[in-house]
Design a protein around this ligand. Structure first.
Ligand SMILES: [Zn+2]
Length: 137
């Protein structure tokens, strides 16, 4: 299933570019365009589901195995004490899990990027981060 006006479905189809860091048959991971910190990644099912609760269990399990793989890897790559996971369901209505390298417990929110509209990181910054991740996978 695909929703024509869904930005994440357009990333899956390649219509909208993203810095993809992982892809398999069911799942796609790419860097959050409004990162709380370097490595902030969204892991999504390729099929359109509005929320994770809507996903069949096998698809959800596959998604969470990708999340686990990235969480494990990101501790090594970004050298943060924790890598947090969250599903907020507030923004894009296509199921997604945030994977976020964390320096402190206050990092587990994307609120910072909305309340402090600092300049977006450059294309090169995203490319460099994506490269750090993909070369370790
Ligand atoms: Zn979608």
């Amino acid at each position: 299933m695909k929703k024509d006006d869904c930005i994440f479905c357009k990333i899956v189809s390649g219509e909208i570019p993203a810095h993809k860091v992982y892809e398999d048959e069911d799942s796609l991971a790419f860097l959050d365009i409004n990162p709380t910190r370097e490595g902030h990644t969204l892991v999504i099912p390729k099929e359109h589901y509005t929320t994770v609760e809507d996903m069949p269990n096998n698809k959800y399990s596959n998604l969470m195995l990708v999340v686990k793989k990235l969480k494990t890897l990101y501790k090594k790559i970004f050298k943060t004490p924790q890598v947090g996971l969250f599903v907020s369901g507030w923004d894009v209505p296509h199921a997604h899990v945030h994977v976020l390298p964390m320096e402190s417990s206050g990092d587990i929110s994307s609120k910072g990027s909305k309340d402090n509209p600092s300049p977006k990181p450059s294309y090169g910054w995203f490319s460099n981060t994506a490269k750090k991740i993909t070369q370790e996978l």
